[in-house]
Each structure stands twice: as structure tokens, then as C-alpha cells.
Design a protein around this ligand. Structure first.
Ligand code: G6Q
Length: 543
């Protein structure tokens, strides 16, 4: 992968000039001057329509952004990823989540081995397992059929499946409860299991490494919860626990039979793993056919990213628009607002995808970057957000670019709910872009002293992403769109998007503090931690 700093590229310099030029223009003016703008700045990728007309851009800006992508080697880097090169250099690994959704007849050789047959072997095993659970052929230790599934995992082994199970609820079996326990806070386990019957509950222990503190703690608690129901009979564990992991040894140590272990590979990064066996909980919820439709949706977007020309390439374009605002307009955050209740966990999922990938400050050459990298991503479903933080989006001092996501059809067409929902989404896009001028406010007869407060400056950019309906395939397309957007940005920022060293330090310190809390170590901590430890102890004594 090319290791070039974006700021030394001629296109970077040009974009600095473009921003000054565009600053003098308004979206109102740009729409007025070019009646073709709504149709011109519209892109389709699979089932997704991406309306990017309400961005602070014109053809000159776009041309410079595309040049930047070329100068920074985005097409070559993309091809290297798809070919299985070890682009995750700090961990010396290929980055091949795209292989997880290749069709059966495809082939992709990684480190001398075709991975596609392995991917499909595991998918077939997952399918067989899910069919047995669904049919009642797989039984709990007491002979009861499985009625609840609890996925125990965290981070990449939780956020994707938890989001997808919620997003695809209309496609799920309603008589099978699927829950997610992630937090090491026991409350998570206790509350998620309090109304479940251990004899009809199946746990999936999802952990790539099978060493993660939170997951192994919850897994041990779950095993005890299960054993308590069976008078300590350890044979019960095999009927109530399956694992998803790359670490077969640790899985066996835990007491899960190798036959009940679903594997994946080191070339699948945690936050990019939901198409692997990490998606087992999703397949259990929605069934193998819907799961495969979701994979096909991912694959369609992979193909689009790989083959669409630059100007029509949706992930590339979204990535470049992000660069435009983060690096040239000083945007520090990015909001994603789904106008779809089933996507309520989507922003949380994207937070990990984006921030863990591109929250880096050392370039691929090992030097500190002197440009901004990944923004702070956040969001909540519309219309709820409109009644809370949208005030800041419309009239605050921060520029916050926004992705609004909505669907032509709802899964719950009740009265005029959906029309109201969509009217609100479109209204927000217009209000953000065009605002309301002083003259308009005055013309409404607003008392003079209130006029300044009721003016909306507009020029607040957004993308409106639409699709016919939220289906498994559309969800796959949407996720892959963001995965590749993140990739494009990482390449341009010249950072490694597929490692996450930043999560390590806290883990190590937590381990040492835990040693002290349990009285197993007398290692001295930093003065702040020492002080907090004594505060904690005195609070507990009082309690
Ligand atoms: C994701 C990260 C991280 C990881 C969790 C869980 O990209 O690597 O979120 O998924 O720490 O790790 P395990 O699956 O190994 O338990």
C-alpha cells in the first residue's frame, strides 16, 4: 500500500482554495443556478439511492476530491484488499471480510489457500445447526427445545449481530428470543436472563480470541447459571453452549465440543466479522435464507465498490465527502440519523466501525499525522433526535454533516405514520440546507426583537440515503457501503484502519487494578489510581 501523506498532494492544496471559494456561496444559490442539481448529484448503488445534492460542493470540488483519491492510491489499495494482500501491516494480516460474502463458485487464494470453500463450509454448518434448532431437533439437556438464544460477546463480536437482529426483526422468528450480553457489569447478564429458562436457553460464546475478559467472565457466569439448573451435571454444557472462535483450544478447555464450534479466520477483523460465524445469532433469528440474502447484499456493494467508476462509486464518494468536511471545513463530528426504528442500533454499530478503524494519529510511515483523521460519529433514530439535539445541528456553532437514512416502505404501514416519518426526514434535509433568511422571518410578521433567534443560516450539509425497504439484502448493502467508506478514508489519511492498539493500554491497567482489588497483588499503581482505590474501599465500607 502506498504510504503518501495526503497534505503533500497538489489536490489537497487545491481543495484548500476550493473551500474558500465555496464559502462565499449558498446551497440556495447553487440549487437556483443549476436546476439539474438534484438529479446530477444523485447516485444509485444496488438498491440504495444516495442524494448528495445538499452538500457544499460543485463539480470543481468533486474533481479535486477524485484527484486526491487517485493521488493517495485509493483504487490500488482497494484492489490490494480484494486480492488478500497483508494490508493490515501492523498485525501482518490480510483484510478479507469481502471474502465472507463471495458466492460459492468464486475463488480467492490467500497465503496459498482458496478461502471460499472454507467460508461456505462454515456457512453450511451454521445453516445445518440453525435448522436443527428451529426444527427442535437440537434439544437442551433435559429434552426441551430451544426457545431463547443468548449471544455472549463484546465489541466486534456483539455490535454487528445485535444491530442486525434488531434491524431484521420483521424477518425473524418471533417465537425464538435472541438476546445479547456484552458488558462485564453483571446487571447485563442478570437482566437479560432473568425471565429465561435455562433448560430452553442456548448460549453462543462469540469471541475471536476466547480470552476477552468481559466475554469469558459472562461465559463462566452463564455456565454456572446453566449448571445450577441441572444440579451441576457438566454434560449439560454441551447441549446449551456453542462457540464462535478462532481459538479451538480455549473453546475445548471451556467445555464446548469441537463439533459445536464455528470457526473463522485471522483475516477477519472483529468489527468486520458479522458475515462470518459471528453472525450465528443473526442466522438463528432470521434463518439461513434471509442470512444469505444479507450476504448477497454485502457482496453486491463489494462489487459496486470494486468496479464502479470513481464518479459513480458510492463508498468512494461518501468517503471523499467526509474528507472534505473533516479536513477542509473543520467538522469534528458526523451524525447518522436513521428514519427507521429498526435501525436504532445502527449508529452504535457504526461508531465502532468508523472510530475504531480511523481513530488513529500515527501515519502508515510511523509518524504523527498533521491532519485530522476519523471524526466522532454519533446518532439516534429520527424523529426522536429532532426533539433533542437537532437544535444544535440547525443553529449551533458546529458544522455537523449528517447522513439521513430512510425507506420508501415501512414494515409497519399503520395509518399515516410512515408519511409523517418521511415528511420529517425530507423537511430536516431542506431546513438544514436552505435555512430561513431574515427577510423570510420578517415577512412572517415576527416581532423585530425575535427575528435574530428565528433565522436559520442553512448551508448545513447532509446526504439522504434511501432504499425501497429495509430488507436483509438492503441492510447488507448499507453496512458494506459504510465499511468501504471507512476504508477509503483510512487510505487517504494514510493510517492503518484495521488494527486497534488504542484499546490495549486500558486493558493492561485494568488487569493490575483488578489484582489489587482482589488482594492478589501489591503492585503500586499510579497516584490517581491509588487514591481512587482508597476512595472506592471507603465507599464500599460505608455501604
Ligand atoms: C474489533 C475489535 C474488538 C473485538 C472485541 C472482542 O475490531 O478487535 O471490538 O471485536 O474486543 O474480541 P474477541 O472477539 O476476541 O472476544
Amino acid at each position: 500500500m502506498k504510504k503518501v501523506d495526503p497534505i503533500v498532494q497538489p489536490a489537497w492544496k487545491q481543495l484548500k482554495e476550493e473551500v474558500e471559494r465555496i464559502r462565499g456561496r449558498t446551497l440556495r444559490g447553487m440549487f437556483h443556478e443549476d436546476p439539474e442539481r438534484p438529479a446530477k448529484y444523485l447516485l444509485s448503488a444496488g438498491d440504495l439511492l444516495i442524494d448528495y445534492s445538499c452538500n457544499l460542493i460543485d463539480d470543481h470540488v468533486l474533481a479535486a476530491l477524485f484527484r486526491l483519491a487517485l493521488d493517495c492510491g485509493v483504487p490500488d489499495a482497494r484492489d490490494e484488499m480484494f486480492r488478500g494482500h497483508h494490508i493490515n501491516e501492523t498485525e501482518d494480516r490480510a483484510v478479507l471480510h469481502v471474502a465472507l460474502r463471495l458466492p460459492r463458485e468464486a475463488s480467492l487464494v490467500v497465503d496459498g489457500r482458496d478461502v471460499v470453500p472454507e467460508v461456505h463450509r462454515v456457512l453450511d454448518r451454521m445453516e445445518d445447526f440453525v435448522r436443527r434448532v428451529w426444527s427442535g431437533g437440537w434439544k437442551g439437556y433435559s429434552g426441551e427445545r430451544i426457545r431463547s438464544v443468548v449471544n455472549i460477546g463484546i465489541g466486534g463480536s456483539d455490535l454487528g449481530p445485535a444491530m442486525a437482529v434488531e434491524a431484521l426483526k420483521p424477518f425473524s422468528r418471533r417465537d425464538l428470543t435472541v438476546r445479547f450480553v456484552s458488558n462485564v457489569d453483571a446487571t447485563d447478564f442478570v437482566e437479560k436472563t432473568r425471565d429465561l429458562d435455562p433448560r430452553s436457553t442456548l448460549f453462543i460464546i462469540s469471541s475471536k480470541t476466547f480470552t476477552t475478559q468481559e466475554t469469558m467472565t459472562n461465559a463462566a457466569t452463564a455456565r454456572q447459571w446453566c449448571l445450577d439448573a441441572y444440579g451441576g451435571d457438566r454434560r449439560a454444557v454441551e447441549r446449551h453452549f456453542v462457540a464462535v472462535s478462532t481459538n479451538r483450544e480455549k473453546v475445548a478447555e471451556f467445555g464446548i465440543h469441537p463439533e459445536n464450534t464455528f470457526e473463522f479466520w485471522d483475516w477477519v477483523g472483529g468489527r468486520y466479522s458479522m458475515c462470518s460465524a459471528i453472525g450465528l445469532s443473526v442466522m438463528l433469528a432470521i434463518g439461513p435464507d434471509h442470512f444469505r440474502q444479507m450476504l448477497a447484499g454485502f457482496h453486491a456493494m463489494d462489487n459496486h465498490f470494486r468496479t464502479a467508476p470513481m464518479e459513480r462509486n458510492a463508498p468512494l464518494l461518501l468517503g471523499l465527502l467526509g474528507i472534505w468536511y473533516v479536513n477542509f471545513w473543520g467538522a469534528e463530528t458526523w451524525a447518522v440519523i436513521p428514519y427507521e426504528q429498526y435501525l436504532q442500533r445502527f449508529p452504535a454499530y457504526l461508531q465502532q466501525l468508523d472510530m475504531e478503524s480511523n481513530g488513529k494519529s500515527v501515519s502508515r510511515s510511523g509518524r504523527p499525522v498533521t491532519w485530522q483523521t476519523g471524526p466522532i460519529l454519533w446518532g439516534e433514530p429520527g424523529t426522536n433526535g429532532q426533539h433533542s439535539f437537532f437544535q444544535l445541528l440547525h443553529q449551533g456553532t458546529h458544522l455537523v454533516p449528517i447522513d439521513l437514512i430512510g425507506f420508501a416502505r415501512s414494515h409497519n404501514e399503520l395509518g399515516d405514520h410512515h408519511q409523517k416519518l418521511i415528511a420529517n426526514m425530507f423537511a430536516q434535509a431542506s431546513a438544514l440546507a436552505f435555512g430561513r433568511t431574515r427577510e423570510e422571518v420578517e415577512a412572517e410578521g415576527t416581532p423585530e426583537r425575535l427575528v435574530p433567534f428565528r433565522v436559520f443560516n442553512g448551508n448545513r450539509p447532509c446526504n439522504v440515503i434511501m432504499a425501497p425497504q429495509l430488507t436483509p439484502s438492503v441492510l447488507g448493502q448499507l453496512i458494506a457501503l459504510y465499511e468501504h467508506k471507512v476504508f477509503v478514508q483510512g487510505v487517504i489519511w494514510n493510517i492503518y484502519s484495521f488494527d486497534q492498539w488504542g484499546v490495549e493500554l486500558g486493558k493492561g491497567i485494568a488487569g493490575r487494578i483488578l489484582g489489587r482489588l482482589k488482594g492478589e497483588s501489591d503492585e503500586e499503581l499510579d497516584p490517581a489510581a491509588e487514591h481512587r482505590l482508597s476512595l472506592y474501599r471507603s465507599l464500599r465500607e460505608k455501604g
